[in-house]
Design a protein around this ligand. Structure first.
Ligand code: NAD
Ligand code: TYD
Length: 333
């Protein structure tokens, strides 16, 4: 099987590429990634010499490069996206360009080349917030942020390509991932690394917003199950079953790092901040997938990883990130 993975130099994509190369030694993986601020070849240092792996530096919006890499491909897995809600609030344009238009370029090339399977990596955020109960795959989309609206736009095109052209597409919508190689702008790696650096952690609003946390390798196993056993034209929710408030997550990280609540810095709430995400994953479970990690072990593994891999995050935080971070929080102060 020849797989085209897009956005494979990011957080989830790199964990997925590693999982596939280790689990299926006869698969060929091409990783097409534009290396935006979030793309990082350090994420795949351990597999870069694998002879079944090839990195192509390119943009999913570039029809020529996409046409070239699509030749002879059996399946496409599209992770490439702008992925951070706060950045989308600050400037939505790149989100629409990559998450909507970029998805269209991939779909069109997949159709032209007769690709056997197209897997779109989407998010539970497309459903919007839910006070009680959990979303199923047929629920209407009600995205709140420019990020989730762009992802919903991508999903809609994927469905249209299936309905209109019969492209064998599948969509996965996962909950919040955490684990190794997550860019330290998302809450868990940001808070761990800030505390290691002796900085405070900026908690939005009252800290009561709830997310469902899935360990990244569990999500990747779910994606693998869907890629191989999912039904075309279908959508699969992939969640961890670990709903936690932000204040719970914050206190957990503080406790693990031996820090007190004085390190919490309450800051203004995010605009349009979704209160709670929750998804029903029975459909993915019916494929034989369930998350292997419990939250307590996985958060400990995650904290340990960031403690043991300062080489990975220190250079990120000392560069472009600092300028971005400062501009965000100067605005909020
Ligand atoms: P990430 O921001 O860490 O990585 C995104 C990757 O895509 C980067 O390597 C970046 O260089 C690449 N990229 C961006 N624009 C590109 C373009 N135009 N062409 C080619 N490559 C481009 O994101 P992530 O957290 O790994 O998320 C991966 C996917 O999973 C995204 O589609 C995201 O919407 C989805 N998702 C993420 C989460 C989460 O908790 N992180 C949850 C649900 C769904
Ligand atoms: P985030 O990691 O950005 O993921 P998403 O917005 O995609 O769910 O945020 C997770 C939650 O943490 C969200 O409710 C916003 C909150 N949050 C903070 O309180 N402080 C922060 O600095 C960040 C980045 C997020």
């Amino acid at each position: 099987m020849k797989l085209l993975v897009t956005g494979g130099a990011g957080f989830i994509g790199s964990n997925f590429v590693r999982l596939i190369l280790n689990k299926y030694p006869d698969y060929e993986v091409i990783n097409l990634d534009a290396l935006t601020y979030a793309g990082n070849l350090d994420n795949l240092k351990d597999v870069e010499k694998n002879e079944n792996y090839r990195f192509v530096h390119g943009d999913i919006r570039d029809e020529d490069v996409v046409d070239k890499v699509m030749k002879g491909v059996d399946a496409v897995v599209n992770f490439a996206a702008e992925s951070h809600v706060d950045r989308s609030i600050g400037g939505p344009a790149d989100f629409i360009q990559t998450d909507v238009y970029g998805t269209f370029v991939l779909l069109e090339a997949a159709r032209q080349h007769g690709v056997g399977r197209y897997l779109q990596i989407s998010t539970d955020e497309v459903y919007g917030s839910i006070k009680e109960g959990s979303f199923v795959e047929t629920d209407r989309l009600e995205p709140s942020s420019p990020y989730s609206a762009s992802k919903a736009g991508g999903d809609m095109q994927v469905m249209a390509y299936h309905t209109t052209y019969g492209l064998p597409t599948i969509i996965t919508r996962s909950s919040n991932n955490f684990g190794p190689y997550q860019y330290p702008e998302k809450i868990i790696p940001l808070f761990i690394t800030n505390l290691v650096e002796g900085k405070k952690v900026p908690l939005y609003g009252d800290g009561l917003n709830v997310r469902d946390w899935v360990y990244v390798t569990d999500n990747c196993e779910g994606l693998d199950a869907v890629l191989h056993k999912g039904e075309v034209g279908e959508i699969y929710n992939i969640g961890g079953g670990n709903e936690r408030s932000n204040i719970f997550i914050t206190n957990k990280i503080l406790e693990m790092l031996g820090k007190g609540e004085d390190m919490i810095e309450p800051v203004a709430d995010r605009l349009g901040h979704d209160f709670r995400y929750s998804i029903d994953c029975s459909k993915a479970n019916a494929l034989g997938w369930t998350p292997a990690h419990n939250f307590e072990d996985a958060i400990k593994e995650t904290v340990d990883w960031y403690l043991n891999n300062e080489w990975w995050w220190k250079k990120i935080k000392s560069g472009e990130f600092e300028a971005y971070y400062k501009s965000q929080y100067d605005k909020k102060a």
